[in-house]
Each structure stands twice: as structure tokens, then as C-alpha cells.
Design a protein around this ligand. Structure first.
Ligand SMILES: [Ca+2]
Length: 173
């Protein structure tokens, strides 16, 4: 009996260090799908469950690609969030130019499927048919200060196949 209790204690002691080891989550690089608004479940897992680009960037991990459907994408839906921007990440590539049905990167067409990143968070700029502000005087109201930011990221951050428009860097800092 005593021996059995002693063995249990040994086993418990042996297990403790294992339990206290930090367990790093393992993420596999993947393709995330983004659209101007959430689709389906909005979990970024497919075109039919696409999330917003902001969500895709927030949840992206090293090695991910984000495929972005044509249309106008804004870094915030709240017009008061002028500091919102699409913040790039090292080792994450965002690709525009998709119709929203493609299964391979080389199927996209960024001239046909114009994919716009716009700072017009108060939705009142004068834009062309694709949602692009073609001259600074067409900016109305208060837009995001910066549409895309790349702070402390490496050259492995990729932006490819977009029109970036409507930034209004008229802040004091
Ligand atoms: Ca505006």
C-alpha cells in the first residue's frame, strides 16, 4: 500500500513539469478570403465565408496569403476611427484582383476586378465607377489618415493588385 502511494506521488511529480511547459499554438499557413463585407460565417475560410480584409489581417499568421475580392474595402466602418488603417504584417501577402470564385492565384485579374482600399470611412467622397477618388479635391469630410500602414514590418509584407485611395493625412502627428 505504501509503495503504491509512493509510486503515485512519483508519477504525479513526473507529470508536473510536463504540464507546466508552455504549449505554443501551432498554426499552418493558409489562404484567407476577404470581401468588402462578411460572407456566410465570416471566418475567412472560403469565398462563401469570406471575412473583411481588416479581420483577415488581424488573424493572419506568418506565411498566410489573403485573397481579396473586387470592390471597395475600408479600414473602419465607424467614421470616427480616422486612425484606422490596413496594417501590413511581415510574411503575410495580400492580393487583390479576384472576382470571388478563383481557386488559384494566377487566375486573378486586377485590371478587370478592380480592388480598392479606400480611406473614405465617412462614405461621402466623389468617386469613379470603381470607388476610386481620382483627385484630392474629391475627398469630402474626414477620411482615414492612412489607408495602409507598414510599421515595423519586413519586405516580406506584400501588397499586390490594389488601388489605394482616399487617405487624408491632415492630422497633427
Ligand atoms: Ca469622405
Amino acid at each position: 500500500m505504501l509503495l503504491r502511494i509512493a509510486l503515485r506521488r512519483v508519477l504525479v511529480l513526473l507529470c508536473l513539469p510536463l504540464l507546466s511547459l508552455p504549449i505554443a499554438p501551432v498554426y499552418a499557413a493558409s489562404i484567407r478570403y476577404a470581401a468588402p463585407t462578411d460572407q456566410g460565417s465570416g471566418d475567412c475560410s472560403s469565398w462563401s465565408n469570406a471575412c473583411t480584409l481588416q479581420t483577415a489581417l488581424t488573424t493572419a499568421v506568418s506565411g498566410d496569403q489573403i485573397w481579396v475580392k473586387m470592390g471597395v474595402h475600408k479600414p473602419a466602418t465607424n467614421p470616427a476611427q480616422r486612425t484606422a488603417a490596413f496594417a501590413l504584417k511581415s510574411d503575410v501577402a495580400i492580393y487583390g484582383g479576384f472576382a470571388g470564385t478563383e481557386t488559384a492565384l494566377n487566375q486573378r485579374d486586377w485590371t478587370l476586378n478592380v480592388t480598392v482600399l479606400s480611406g473614405d470611412i465617412d462614405n461621402n467622397d466623389t468617386v469613379d465607377a470603381s470607388g476610386v477618388v481620382t483627385t484630392a479635391t474629391n475627398i469630402v469630410g474626414s477620411n482615414a489618415y492612412h489607408v495602409v500602414s507598414a510599421t515595423n514590418v519586413l519586405s516580406t509584407a506584400v501588397v499586390d493588385g490594389f488601388v489605394i485611395t482616399g487617405g487624408q493625412a491632415n492630422g497633427t502627428s
